[in-house]
Design a protein around this ligand. Structure first.
Ligand SMILES: Cc1ncc(COP(=O)(O)O)c(C=O)c1O
Length: 366
């Protein structure tokens, strides 16, 4: 058995998730957001199933290409990119890019001439569990202006793009986004630009401690809204991360210690925490479920914390977590549905960006 903590991923489950999504939204092209779980076997499996890939950096592009994924199936979807990275991606054969600023559009036009572009707008969707805030996306009116500009710069307009926020629990969010995308598409048609695709982003939720709406419920909203509002010629693209891999992973961890704090609260310390996999417990956004060897014994509330010396390395102190009162150091504990945004955050190259390099200065101090 590997040393704890470790994540076990079931590729069969990922395949099932892909096929279920494909059946639920038959008209949509599925583009896996690699950042959710940049695992070679999963990328290869999804490529075989016919997926496309949303890549966030040269690191993720290299990873996909090294696995034999066709560059034509990649979209460089991160709106934050350096000119040199766009040039590198173009040289590697990537011909599809997302952007949300004029600045980035001009860089794409210069370094990836003739490529296909999607403009990400900030939709009026309700907040998701792990919201992006206003970090990404321009105003819808600006998306219209920028897509016209893209055409004038010699780029191919793919169409508008929105992301309703990860772990989005309200199916209406997609309806709102699709209606907004439809308005942009109509205004583009008036300027003789035919939208090829509307990218409805990621955000599909999975059930953690709280149940999420079923895939079928969201698919009904998406399919109906697409049929009602989008031009018949515009294809749908969906960019899931969590929904393809989240429920395919289980983290195996260990209890390092149990303590009663001076205020009387019980703390359970694990060998996994905020910095080695549990990043999405930030703000207690995602409430994971735990399984222990002592399930069945009486339970009581516990604060759950990670192993580092950092005061913020606490997974849950407001969320009510019930764990067996008999739990002791050395006990094994499983954390369910941890296939998305766990290992990739804890690795030294989240999103494929290499780790910060360290330069030792100070020879002059000797
Ligand atoms: C550009 C982009 N597309 C898709 C996704 C996938 O989102 P989700 O895992 O909510 O499906 C993300 C997640 O951060 C993203 O940044």
């Amino acid at each position: 058995m590997p040393e704890s903590p470790y994540l076990v991923i079931d590729p069969g489950r990922v395949r099932e998730n892909y096929r279920a999504l494909s059946a639920a939204m038959p008209a949509a092209r599925i583009r896996f957001a690699v950042k959710a779980s940049p695992v070679d076997e999963l990328i290869s499996l999804l490529a075989t199933e016919g997926a496309e890939f949303d890549v966030a950096s040269i690191g993720e592009i290299d990873q996909c290409l090294n696995l034999g994924v066709a560059p034509a199936t990649l979209c460089y979807g991160n709106p934050i990119k350096k000119a040199a990275d766009i040039a590198r991606a173009y040289a590697l054969g990537v011909r599809r890019y997302a952007f949300d600023t004029e600045d980035d559009l001009l860089r794409i036009a210069e370094h990836a001439p003739g490529s296909e572009v999607e403009c990400r707008f900030l939709s009026a969707a309700p907040q998701s569990r792990t919201p992006f805030g206003t970090k990404f996306g321009c105003a819808p009116s600006e998306a219209l202006r920028l897509l016209v500009r893209a055409r004038d710069l010699g780029l191919i307009v793919a169409g508008p793009y929105f992301h309703v926020g990860s772990q989005q629990l309200d199916p209406e969010a997609w309806q709102i986004g699709i209606e907004q995308a439809a308005e942009i598409s109509k205004a583009l048609a008036d300027k003789d630009i035919a939208v090829q695709t509307v990218n409805i982003g990621g955000g599909l939720p999975i059930s953690y401690a709280d149940a999420a709406p079923a895939l079928g419920d969201i698919a009904s909203v998406v399919n109906a809204a697409a049929a009602e509002f989008l031009p018949a010629t515009a294809g749908l693209v969906i960019e899931p991360g969590r929904a393809l891999v989240g429920n395919a992973g289980t983290i195996h961890a260990e209890v390092v210690g149990v303590r009663i704090a001076p205020d009387g609260r019980r703390w359970v310390y694990l060998d996994i925490g905020r910095y080695n996999g549990m990043a999405e417990t930030e703000n207690e956004y995602i409430a994971y479920r735990f399984v222990t060897d002592r399930d069945g014994d009486p339970v009581d509330e516990a604060v759950v914390a990670g192993p580092t010396c950092d005061g913020d390395d606490v997974l849950y102190q407001r969320t009510r977590v019930l764990l067996p009162t008999t739990l002791r150091a050395g006990d094994r504990i499983q954390i369910l549905d941890t296939g998305a945004y766990t290992a990739s955050y804890s690795s030294v190259s989240f999103n494929g960006f290499p780790p910060l390099t360290v330069h030792v200065s100070g020879a002059e101090r000797e």
